[in-house]
Ligand binder design. Structure first.
Ligand code: NAD
Length: 485
């Protein structure tokens, strides 16, 4: 199989690659070079309708296909992802700007892992029964929801796209999916892979287009029964406003403003190395990145000095260069947003300790969108810089004196996705873990992911949980059957 990104991407509907009914296309730009390198369908309502019809046609058979058959075909997709890791990683990097080594080491392996994990999961999925002694027995049926919608963002394109699609398919649903219009290439390649793997026509339909047109049409479609969305809190609100009155099942994985809480008794070297990663990996464009670093006062100055020195060494440049630790940010729009957030931090009185500016690329990357790792101090917990998600290579430092103060600062945010706690005191770690308002807490580590665990956020970070049984439960409808004995 020769997998490569063509000059014009196509939708994947009813098992076929198809041009959008709108006849319209959009430019797809490589953020590291500034060059437009392919055209993306700018699909609309009509394409969504065709995709829903294809999904409905496939549903009666797919929804009763044995778990073993679904396991087999999903594993075949995973194998093809693994066999084409180089082409997929290159496509991801050209679309997103992230270093190629990162796409190869993290994004693409995780995409195949998602398929394997849920393929295996469905083989072990079971339901409860409730016995009423000698009177009756209740058992729970979990049946596919039907046609479901999956909408994903640009920061971990194939990784998050498959994180939704795999459990939906494993549970027996047919899917209408839309990747981010900013990073559509690997989703397109996935459609080619699904055809090769023999996924029955219409079981998965992938349509490309903007959130406002294509995404909104998926959300508003009355025969799409559930929406699994990952993206910004702003879009999440719009989606909830449309989907809730239609009583759709809704899973919303939204933004974050995650605290890293660092106590003086932490394992210093491990904390330093990991905090550098949790701040700047993927140019800070991971929803789980820690963007508010809270440091105990007694080690604040030492931390600041060493953190700056380490961050200064992160080379920013061509994502295809193995030595680049930081690539480009994803798009011109996002680049402008991140730089404007840095300007706001300055206006608010923040001191830029490192970075705070764009980085001029060289050679083929002369027009690339690079931003220096940026560290800011001197801002209070309730200023915009510490309240609003920036989603770039920008972190702030704040100090605290006591555990209570650390907790107050950590919980000052309207978001509650993830937090990292660094201490060698196990009792304190557990105390803090219970009180920090976040769906995911890492103690003395970061981004250590077990796919069985519940994944999602508190407050403005979303509603519902993904991962493990949570995802399979979301993508099934529950029915209690009571049998009198
Ligand atoms: P976004 O909300 O702009 O777009 C996400 C997806 O939704 C895209 O496919 C987009 O086309 C679509 N979309 C936008 N508006 C829509 C609407 N009204 N109706 C239907 N679809 C719509 O987000 P983004 O800029 O692509 O991604 C960055 C955001 O995603 C950040 O806020 C980040 O924190 C968040 N994120 C969250 C998680 C998580 O697990 N909680 C993971 C990754 C990213």
């Amino acid at each position: 199989m020769n997998l490569s990104v063509p000059a014009t991407l196509a939708n994947y509907i009813g098992g076929a690659l198809a041009a959008p009914a709108t006849g319209k296309y959009m430019d797809n730009t490589n953020p590291a070079t500034g060059a437009v390198y392919c055209q993306i369908p700018d699909s609309g309502e009509k394409d969504v309708e065709t995709a829903v019809e294809a999904a409905e046609a496939a549903l009666p058979e797919w929804s009763v296909t044995s778990a073993e058959a679904r396991f087999t075909v999903l594993n075949r997709i995973a194998d093809l992802i693994d066999n084409n890791i180089d082409a997929l990683a290159l496509a991801e990097t050209n679309d997103n700007g992230k270093p190629l080594w990162l796409s190869k080491r993290v994004d693409i392996p995780r995409a195949s892992a998602n398929f394997r994990f849920f393929a295996t999961g469905i083989m072990h999925f079971s339901t409860e029964s409730h016995s009423m002694e000698d009177k009756a027995i209740n058992y729970t049926l979990r049946q596919p929801v039907g046609v479901v919608g999956c909408i994903s963002p640009w920061n971990l394109p194939l990784y998050l796209f498959t994180w939704k699609i795999a459990p939906a398919l494993a549970a027996g649903n047919c899917v209408v999916a839309k990747p981010s219009e900013v990073t559509p290439a690997t989703a397109y390649l996935l459609s080619v892979i699904c055809r090769e793997a023999g996924l029955p026509a219409g079981v998965l339909n992938i349509i490309h287009g903007t959130g406002q047109d294509c995404g909104a049409a998926i959300v508003a479609h009355e025969r799409i029964k559930a929406i699994s969305f990952t993206g910004s809190t702003k879009a999440g609100k719009q989606i909830a406003a449309v989907a809730a009155p239609m009583f759709k099942k809704l899973s919303l994985e939204l933004g974050g403003k995650n605290p890293n809480i660092i106590f003086a008794d932490c394992n210093w070297l491990k904390m330093m190395a990991t905090t550098l990663q949790s701040s700047f990996s993927n140019q800070g464009q991971i929803c789980l990145c820690g963007s508010r670093i809270l440091v105990e006062e007694s080690i604040y100055e030492k931390f600041k000095e060493e953190f700056i020195a380490r961050a200064q060494k992160l080379s920013v440049g061509d994502p295809l260069d193995e030595s680049s630790k930081q690539g480009a940010v994803v798009s011109r729009l996002h680049y402008d947003k991140v730089l404007s957030c840095i300007a706001v931090a300055k206006e608010e009185g923040g001191t830029i300790l490192l970075g705070g500016h764009a980085v001029q690329g060289t050679g083929r990357c002369a027009d690339g969108l690079f931003i220096a790792p940026t560290i800011i101090e001197g801002l209070g917990a309730d200023c915009r810089t510490n309240m609003e998600e920036i989603f770039g290579p920008v972190v702030t430092l704040q100090s605290f004196k006591t555990e209570d103060e650390a907790l107050r600062l950590a919980n000052a945010s309207n978001y509650g996705l993830a937090a990292t706690i660094w201490t060698q005191d196990i009792s304190r770690a557990n105390r803090m873990a219970a009180k920090v308002q976040s769906g995911i807490i890492w103690v003395n580590c970061w981004l250590l992911r077990d796919l069985r665990t519940p994944f999602g956020g508190f407050k403005n970070s979303g509603v519902g949980r993904e991962g493990g049984w949570e995802a399979l439960r979301f993508f099934t409808e529950v029915k209690n059957v009571c049998v009198e004995l």
